[in-house]
Write a protein that binds this ligand. Sequence first.
Ligand SMILES: Nc1ncnc2c1ncn2[C@@H]1O[C@H](COP(=O)(O)OP(=O)(O)OP(=O)(O)O)[C@@H](O)[C@H]1O
Length: 534
Amino acid sequence: MKANVMDNLIKMVDLITELTTAHYSQEQLASFVDCPVYREAEEGRTVFLEDRPSCLREHCLCDSTFIVKTNKQGMLVAKGKPKRLEEALDCFIDAGEYLGFLYDYENLKVENHKLKKELKLMINETNEAVMVVNHEGKIQSASLPSCRIFQETESSMINKSICLWSEVLWEELEKVEYSGNIQVKIHDHDVHVIVQTVIEGGIKDRYVLYLQVKDRSQAPIHTNYSFSNIIGTSLAVERTKRLAERVAPSETTILLRGESGTGKEVFAQSIHSASRRSDQPFIAINCAAIPEALLESELFGYDSGAFTGANQKGKLGKFEVAKGGTIFLDEVGDMPLSLQAKLLRLLQERKFERVGGTMSIDVDVRIIAATHQDLDVLVQQGKFRQDLFFRLNVIQLVIPSLRDRIDDLPLLTESFLKEYSLRQGGRSKHFTEEAWLLLQQYDWPGNIRELKNVIAHATQIEVGDQLTVDSLPVALRKGYKNVVVTPTHASEKERLLELLDQYGRHTAAKKQIAYELNMSLPTLYRRLKKHGIK
Ligand SMILES: Nc1ncnc2c1ncn2[C@@H]1O[C@H](COP(=O)(O)OP(=O)(O)OP(=O)(O)O)[C@@H](O)[C@H]1O
């Protein structure tokens, strides 16, 4: 479907060139009334003429073969091979319909600038990476997805030579006669470029480029996770998954809470994959990992000339790169207050300005924010704006820690063992009983990320199929006591007792404990009963 529309767009560029060559006004048409060809065309049929009819000859502005399409408003006369134009007219309608507007070619006023404007609009609106490069290698128009591949704003690419980004691409473009395929590297991405040349007056006038990033794992749009591959069947994770699945299709802003390494990004990606935006970009940005001075331009982009002495070209910010898709603001609690104000305005007005820019840019992005910190506390401390907190906290999902879903340890371990053993080209390895006990006793402060790292480490250093205590990191081995217990049971019981000691045994304390464990109060009572805790 998309490929067809692209083909159509490419062909249309050709068509537009042809259409601009001749058009007859109402007055001129008045003098054609006696012409049989014109009358036939007036009935609404497209008439293809191998030769120029005598009735048109005297009014004719140029001398070549014609195709005539007419109605009350005027007559469209275009130059070119009849069969090709017939196809092109169909393409014109198809592409117009797909892009949400139908160009009424019955009423077509064939004025060069208008058609060029329409083409530009279509290029801007398309979700495909399309560019037009002129015969000197200068970029004439570029759709937003193509700007993403080049990691530039449209304004910083227009009228610049394509050589600035890839000399190879320009060398290869020059070799293309009519159409061709080029493989190039742009910012380390392997990009496949489909090229169509536009010939005017017998010479190559411009190139229409359709770009596809081949290695999608490197493309910003890529997500690895959907709900179906979130591993875990524990009550805590099932509950969170159900709630996330319910809110995914809506456009609601979501706040994910949970310790580091619990899978907040995994949930954010899954929500994106289950939303209407799934074929649009998913862009993640860690607000804590980027120096404060750079965060604003990373998020909102900057216009050329925004920084003196700096790179004079503009740059797209993550909100623009994510257009139509989802942005994942990880560690949002670390965002500086000055930027919190800008983010709040964006959430309220769905608009923002680039750094150094004056133009307001509309935002069409779903926001999923995440934090391992307690935003309530940050609000009380004056480190996080309360109004922003309310805006972000429309739906809150708490991702349980691995301790609180320790029942999932076997499933997770098995899956990571398979993954890493396969990666290393061998059979699936397994833990000895002793090592397995240690894994179950450990309290996993680094959560699933830590578990993954432990398994990657163990499978790498152990040559045999069995992963022993010795292949575990020191932090885990510290707790090794060589005792036989039923650990899942024991560790949950231990955790419950610990929390009861900490908070107390009255109902309010139990409510707090249930909240901490991401379970309902009745579930907590069931668990307490199961472990014989009074
Ligand atoms: N349910 C799951 N099934 C499979 N893998 C998971 C699951 N949850 C998390 N992981 C893996 O654990 C690692 C950490 O997950 P992720 O980055 O989503 O955590 P996070 O909570 O966003 O961490 P941080 O707060 O540090 O950014 C990733 O490698 C991810 O693939």
